[in-house]
Design a protein around this ligand. Structure first.
Ligand code: GCU
Length: 762
């Protein structure tokens, strides 16, 4: 029978990159417990650069004489981003999928007594391993749990890239009945053919058996199995309202003994996507009230524990979200289990993000990561779609990229014909682009009113998309604004990083989605601030600040409560602006976020107004404050007559509090106006000649000619140290750079550059 033993402690870790550790003990190491990441601080702004490279972990594994009669595997939750496993000096296994679990058979290399296990983990740049470039920290480390699996000779196939080695497929076959297909493969590691059987037992939440089935098996080296049964009238897994789970116990028996078994949760449900009614869960329309989540946390990087994950789930449930985009890679299996348990519909995805491989045109690693994601997360009923790319056309859009996206979609359907496929496009992808025909659903990451355009442009863009693609269901796969809760304003504006601007932005998005059925819903970018080591923005280093909650999960920004007011059924009241204490204006709007409809508002113990409104955001206009301290209290009464209250103290001061204003560092200001030194006054479009350089060539091509390179550097020397530029220069052109707000290239500059480049022969 299988034994699973945690192997998280007694590891020695070192950043000294010394290949002799494959067979020699680490001398200069420190003792660590998994999960562990070496970028716990520098990956979140703790220093200018974060450490990327090869580090080593080592441990002694004691093996008894009896253990040697078993089959022993190492199960590694993940190695970020690549890992090599050595046992007593022998290479035993590797991973190039930094977000997936992997297993290594140890038995061939083990001896009785102490065994040296060494794991080299590498988070350096590899042009064939995704992600190549992204707006988040590529934390290095053995950042998930590790276990030793001690197996009988007969067991489920642990090495098929899957998690359980057993797959549960459910399909509705009549109005009352689901088909349950339990399938997979059994491996017999002895050289003897054995007789055996497979048994399944399905139990409801009360533990009552609702189905039993079995089949006889001849156990050769490998034996495939599939037991199809019918489950009549199951209680449905119906999202957050009723996440009902059955359990399936699957056992393989040989010679009267259970050799291996799994207990897997399953929820019976159907999911369809329509433009007429939106997403249908069990035939009923459900608007996607979603948030995105990255997996890291302050102070530990991505080396999070179950306690961190429980805390995240509690916050996600508190706002009343019904769906999650688990971006931009495979998350810990435990987190998908939490989603099953609490009824959140999940968009799961791979890190085929930003740019395709610069060295492997086939992008094999994306396929590898997709296969692992689908096989390892297959049994989670919460997952409704597989995401196959995110903003992959940011720097280059070619036939080759299309080919890969199509290939990934075919692979997803082959591995799992019963789930939807989806992509998250960057806004620049044209509504009628061929990309939009590649998957069942289309997501767009839309940052109108942050990186470009105005807040209200969101509406027009979605309507235009629908006119162009009336049959394609669309999801707003990301939208959000960086917000530092220490900044405040009476007149919130784009890029001011204030809590007030975040509220305006999200209020508009919520109204926009609610009014449009063809929009399946949206995913806030992001539920939590997250580590993005190369950022230095909005008064913080190393972090993307678009979260509704700070990276330490300590501050719920006002926008958190806006969502709660829209989505949650749990009665509450919240007064926005509690951190905007010092008010230099006498007249102030009091903003209340609440899902209650009858409220009383008091200022300095005097009732100033009663509100009867179903709006989630209620505003009491022009409340005049007295000099000094003012106490504002809101009281809301719920349907049971219970009173919910909140209080804030506002200080009316004569002077504006400058701490509330984000002042851009001088350096940044210069970068913003970098083009002013060039004369753009008489820029005219020129007819481009073939055989000469132009802004359509990749930077790599420009660099191949000294003259063309000089022209490029004349204009863009200031970006060449940027890590994003570094990894994209092989594929990006000046034309593409001009589409990215990041480079801030005025359109008039393009013909000016072309005049110079197009004079240089190739
Ligand atoms: C992109 C991207 C995210 C990124 C976000 C942002 O759309 O998909 O990974 O963090 O924008 O700029 O905040």
């Amino acid at each position: 029978m299988v034994q699973i033993m945690p192997l998280n402690d007694h590891w020695i870790f070192t950043k000294t990159n010394n290949p002799t550790y494959v067979f020699e003990s680490i001398q200069d190491g420190q003792s660590v417990t998994l999960p562990h990441s070496w970028n716990d601080t520098d990956g979140q702004g703790g220093s200018e650069k974060y450490f990327r490279g090869q580090c080593w972990y080592q441990r002694i594994l004691d093996i008894s004489h009896e253990d040697l009669t078993k089959r022993i595997y190492l199960e590694i939750g993940a190695a970020g981003n690549m890992g090599h496993v050595y046992v007593n000096g022998n290479m035993a296994g590797e991973s190039r999928c930094g977000y997936a679990m992997f297993r290594v058979p140890l038995t061939p290399y083990l001896k009785e007594g102490g065994n040296l296990i060494t794991i080299m983990v590498d988070n350096g740049y590899d042009s064939t391993v995704f992600p190549l470039m992204a707006d988040f920290t590529f934390y290095g480390g053995l950042y998930r749990e590790m276990s030793l699996l001690v197996m009988d000779e007969v067991h489920f196939d642990l090495m098929d890239n899957g998690r359980d080695g057993v797959y549960l497929t459910q399909r509705k076959i009549s109005p009352e009945t689901f088909e349950l297909d339990v399938h997979g493969q059994i491996v017999n590691e002895s050289s003897v053919l054995k007789e055996g059987s497979l048994q399944i037992q399905v139990r409801d939440e009360a533990g009552k058996t609702v189905l039993e089935a079995s089949s006889e098996l001849a156990l050769g080296n490998e034996a495939k199995f599939s037991i199809k049964s019918e489950v009549a009238n199951p209680i449905l897994w119906d999202g957050v309202d009723q996440p009902y789970l059955y359990t399936v116990e699957v056992s393989v028996l040989s010679e009267g003994q259970v050799c291996d078994s799994r207990i897997i949760a399953i929820g019976f449900r159907t999911v369809e996507a329509t433009t007429e009614q939106g997403l249908l869960l069990n035939g009923k329309p459900v608007k996607i009230n979603g948030v995105c989540r990255h997996q890291d946390f302050a102070g530990v990087g991505n080396a999070i524990t179950k306690t961190h994950m429980d805390e995240d789930m509690a916050l996600i449930r508190e706002i009343g979200a019904n769906s999650l985009r688990l971006a931009h890679y495979q998350h810990d299996d435990y987190f998908y289990s939490l989603c099953d348990r609490y009824g959140l519909l999940v968009w799961a995805e791979i890190p085929f993000i930003s740019i395709p491989s610069t060295k492997d045109p086939e992008n094999h690693n994306a396929e590898e990561q997709l296969e692992k994601l689908i096989k390892q997360a297959y049994n989670h009923c919460s997952i409704y779609c597989w995401g196959i790319q995110n903003e992959i056309t940011i720097a280059v859009e070619t036939e080759q990229t299309y080919k890969t996206i199509r290939k990934l979609e075919v692979l997803a359907k082959h591995l799992d014909p019963n789930r939807l496929t989806v992509q998250a496009n960057i806004n620049g992808v044209e509504n009628n682009s061929i990309i939009n025909s590649f998957t069942d659903l289309i997501g767009y990451n839309l940052y109108y009113g942050w990186y470009y355009g105005e807040i209200k442009d969101l509406q027009d863009r979605l309507d235009e998309f629908h006119r162009a693609q009336p049959k394609i269901p669309i999801i707003v796969s990301e939208y959000g604004v960086d917000t530092n809760p220490k900044y405040h304003s009476y007149t919130p504006q784009v890029q001011d990083y204030t809590e007030e601007y975040q509220l305006l932005f999200h209020q508009n998005a919520l109204e926009t989605f609610d009014k449009r059925t063809f929009v399946l819903g949206g995913y806030v970018w992001n539920m939590f601030d997250f580590g993005s080591a190369n950022r230095n923005e909005g008064g913080e280093t190393g972090k993307n600040l678009k979260g509704l909650v700070t990276i330490d999960r300590k501050i719920k920004k006002d926008a958190f409560y806006l969502y709660k007011a829209y989505w949650s059924k749990n009665p509450f009241v919240h007064l926005a602006g509690r951190r905007f204490v010092n008010r230099h204006q006498e007249h102030n709007d009091i903003v209340i976020l609440s899902n209650l409809h009858h409220l009383k508002v008091y200022l300095n113990q005097t009732l100033i107004t009663e509100i009867n409104s179903r709006e989630p955001m209620k505003i009491v206009k022009d409340v005049s404050l007295i000099a000094g301290e003012n106490c504002v209290i809101v009281e809301g009464t719920d349907e049971y007559g219970v009173i919910h209250t909140e209080e804030i103290v506002l200080h009316h001061a004569a002077e504006i509090d400058r701490n509330y204003i984000h002042v851009k560092p001088e350096k940044e200001k210069n970068v913003v106006n970098w083009f002013e030194k060039f004369d753009l006054s008489n820029a005219e479009t020129i007819e481009l000649r073939d055989g000469y350089f132009s802004t359509f060539d990749t930077i790599e091509d420009l660099y191949s000619n000294e003259e063309a390179k000089a022209v490029f550097l004349k204009y863009f020397e200031h970006v060449t140290n940027n890590p994003f530029f570094e990894v994209t220069k092989d594929v990006i052109s000046i034309e593409k750079m001009a589409q990215l707000t990041f480079y801030n290239i005025p359109p008039e500059l393009i013909p000016v550059i072309n005049k110079e480049l197009n004079a240089i022969q190739k």
